[in-house]
Each structure stands twice: as C-alpha cells, then as structure tokens.
Design a protein. Sequence first.
Length: 218
Amino acid sequence: MPSINACLFDLDGVIVDTAKYHYIAWRRLANDLGFDLTLEQNERLKGVSRIESLEIILTIGGVHLTDEEKAEHAAEKNVRYLELCQQMTPEDTLPGVRTFIDELKATGMRVGLGSASKNAKVILERIGMLEYFDTIVDGNRVTKGKPDPQVFLLGAEDLNTSPENCVVFEDAVAGIQSARSAGMLAIGVGEKSVLTEADFVIEGFANFRVHDLIELSI
Ligand code: B16
Ligand code: MG
C-alpha cells in the first residue's frame, strides 16, 4: 500500500458534534411546515449539502415549494443553526481528535479539512481549531457535494499530494463514498453497521493514535 502523507478530516461528526444542532434547526423547520422529523430520518442528512438536505426533508413531509421558497427556508434554517452554534466552545471538540491531529502534525503529516458545510470556518473558529489545518475545503469551494469525490480531490491537490497517499476520516455514508471514489483510504468514524463501505471503522479518536493509523495503512 502507498505510504500515507496526508489526512483529510470531515468536520461535522468527526471534529465536532454539530449534528445535534443541525437536527434541532431542521426539525423546527419541518414542524413549521406541519410535519415532524425523526432522529432516524436525520441520519440521511449527514454529509449532504444544505439545499439537498432541504430537498430530502420536503420529500419526507410530502411538501412542494418553489425554488424561491426553498432558498428562504434554507436561509432561515441556517440562521437558527448558527444561533445554536453560538453556544459551542473548544470543549465541544470530539474526544481525542485534537491530540490525534497534534500527533499527526508532529510526525510531519499534512492535515486538511474536507467538509460539505458552508459554515466550516465559523465552527472551527468557535472551537479554536481554525489554525489547525494546512488547507480547508468547505461547501463554499465545491460545486459537487459528497458522494462526489471533488471535496477530497481538492484537498489532496492543495496539500500537493496524490489521492493514494491520503486517508479520509468521515462519519457519513456519502462522505465514505466520496473518499473511496477519490481513490483514498476511507476510515469511518462511527458505527460499522452504518459505514459498511469504509475500509476500516473506528469508534472515535479517544483510543486511536498515529501508530494505529500506520498499522491500518500498511
Ligand atoms: P451547512 P460535513 C455537513 O458537514 C453536515 O454533515 C450536513 O449535515 C450539513 O447539511 C452540511 O454539512 C451542510 O452544512 O448548512 O453548514 O452548509 O459533515 O461534511 O462536515
Ligand atoms: Mg460529517
């Protein structure tokens, strides 16, 4: 297997648990439109862009809107989401991930962010990790969302490396598909039963160190 010299991290669900805030904001929107959104249905929104998430929700509720109405509702949801994110602090960083990235950087590994979120920089700022990444590819830079490989291919390009030398850490099915079609090693963060297409799955970074990554990638 080619040697790994770069790691690309998804944001929501890998670095920080923002899924709960996305859920609250989307659920309120669904309620405003007259239906409910379950936690199980919310799983389908992970890793998916804002507007595509709205399309999924409208299908769930059987609601038809004009493009203009969709844009208004997506903007409204984002205002609510950002309000909820105001309460985030560095304490909200998921266990072990900061130490893991520190350790990666100490070994000379390049580190990038690959997120579908247009709010990625605001979130990173709130948790004090804006300066951690050698590159940030977010929802403002991509034209094709996950499962398209674009987000991670741009990350590899920014880090002057090749896809086969990159590892991706992802919590969403769409993100694992994106990493795999980019030709990168895809490590799922979460449950094996959900992330079935990942090369490996880890529970999180609390018990995962750089030597574990090296073992997985050889
Ligand atoms: P925003 P990731 C994704 O981030 C989230 O998983 C997904 O639930 C969200 O809809 C998407 O970002 C867009 O987020 O509304 O902030 O632009 O997991 O790719 O880091
Ligand atoms: Mg995610």
